[in-house]
Write a protein that binds this ligand. Structure first.
Ligand SMILES: Cc1ncc(COP(=O)(O)O)c(C=O)c1O
Length: 415
């Protein structure tokens, strides 16, 4: 610990960052040795190279498309003792505030194009659906989802992009702000008098009765085409990063809920860099650590969420069936972090501590920095991860202030 602490940046301007690094400890961690291998050697890959390319081709044609920023977090790299840290900032993605905009919307358009291809007996492209060529037919294809946040906004926006009706089911505790955000995209939002699981059940029943297509970001036995497309949409971020970074990452730290984001970005980096792919590290809230538990048990393991994490997008108790084989074969380390570091980490971003300008980083955007600091303070794990002063680390700023009230409250919290 002493050697690591001595690397902490002593610049008094970065006092909050110093404090964060000093306070950070991982609550749990697990690691394994991964032999470098080509993407083609992966068993049960969730994503084909063709699907990833299709997603990139489609998304980059949407109106308003522009690659999101990547920031070099030089003070973090210096303080942690690595060569560089690159932060992919998704707070401005299509004006929706998170990377989720890529997944749900691509899945809807891809599904609509293949459904119309079948119905009309002629090839229908994603772009022709998006540009409104089939707007009459699209009025008869309805999509639905149960959600408590970012995914619902992405589905509502995607349905608007595709021109199809959208039914969203939210539970009794979803904030009015989030409800309005989905309704603004033209979705019909139904609030049910029950919890999240009840909203999933109501959505499933109504969808079966009305022939609506469920758009979920997680997969289960018999349901994987849509979540596969959702994951493919996320790979656009890697395509962008590969050209934004002047050097390839040696390590990628990615936060996880059901693991779709992690498996998606892993697949894309693995496809892009093959045997030179970075080492992948997954970070979860210790209140919802289904991937850590599954890797540790070497079998899919569901966890019961006793207390909600403040990182709402990571609050998932079951790993996605599609993501699991990718995670199992590709993750070098899985680490868990405590909620109480999140406000301070967000404040570091907001107060220009992690780079020379302020960055709007929501609750789910900060686990990468926390995980890196925690690993660097744990000598054994640091070595197992092969992290040192030559490492180039890539992390994900998954969201900006997707719920302004929560964001403001966390920024104001004494730390
Ligand atoms: C902002 C944010 N970050 C990360 C995640 C985690 O993604 P996944 O559930 O695919 O692991 C989510 C999921 O909703 C999210 O909303």
């Amino acid at each position: 610990m002493a050697t690591r602490d001595s690397k902490i940046n002593n610049d008094s301007e970065n006092i909050m960052l110093e404090k964060l690094i000093q306070q950070t400890e991982l609550t749990h961690f697990w690691s394994q040795h991964i032999e470098p291998s080509p993407y083609s050697s992966l068993q049960n890959p969730a994503l084909s190279e063709e699907l990833m390319q299709r997603a990139v081709n489609a998304v980059t044609q949407w109106p308003g498309y522009t690659p999101t920023d990547i920031h070099a977090l030089t003070p973090v790299a210096k303080a942690c003792g690595v060569r560089a840290v690159f932060y992919k900032d998704e707070s401005a993605r299509f004006g929706l505030g998170s990377f989720k905009a890529l997944g749900g919307a691509f899945a809807i358009l891809d599904w609509a194009a293949s459904t119309l291809t079948e119905q009309l007996g002629k090839p229908v492209s994603i772009e022709s659906v998006r540009s409104g060529e089939y707007k009459e037919q699209m009025k008869n294809l309805t999509v639905a989802t149960a959600t408590d946040g970012n995914h619902g906004r992405s589905v509502a926006w995607g349905a608007q992009l595709a021109g199809c009706p959208c039914e969203i089911f939210i539970h009794r505790d979803v904030s009015v702000g989030r409800e309005q955000a989905m309704a603004e995209f033209g979705a019909n939002v139904t609030r049910i008098d029950g919890d999240y699981d009840e909203s999933v059940r109501v959505c499933a029943t109504q969808s079966a009765n009305n022939d609506w297509q469920i758009i979920s970001d997680t997969s289960w036995p018999g349901y994987n085409a849509i979540p596969r497309a959702v994951m493919a949409g996320y790979t656009v971020m890697v395509e962008e990063m590969a050209s934004q970074m002047d050097t390839s990452p040696t390590h990628v730290i990615v936060q996880a809920g059901v693991g779709g984001l992690a498996a998606g970005v892993m697949s894309a980096w693995w496809k892009t860099l093959g045997e030179n792919a970075p080492k992948f590290i997954v970070v979860e809230s210790d209140r919802a650590a289904c991937i850590y538990q599954s890797l540790d048990a070497n079998a899919v393991t569901a966890v019961r969420i006793a207390e909600e994490t403040v990182m709402a997008g990571l609050s998932c108790g079951e790993v996605s069936e599609l993501a699991w084989p990718v995670l199992q074969q590709g993750v070098t380390a899985a680490v868990c972090i405590a909620d109480d570091l999140v406000p301070l980490a967000m404040q570091c971003f907001a107060n220009a501590q992690v780079t020379d300008k302020a960055i709007e980083a929501g609750e789910c955007a900060v686990p990468g920095v926390i995980a890196l600091a925690g690993i660097m303070k744990n000598e054994k794990l640091r070595q197992q991860c092969g992290l040192d002063e030559t490492s180039v680390v890539q992390i994900f700023g998954c969201e900006g202030a997707t719920d302004r009230a929560v964001y403001d409250e966390l920024l104001a919290q004494p730390t």
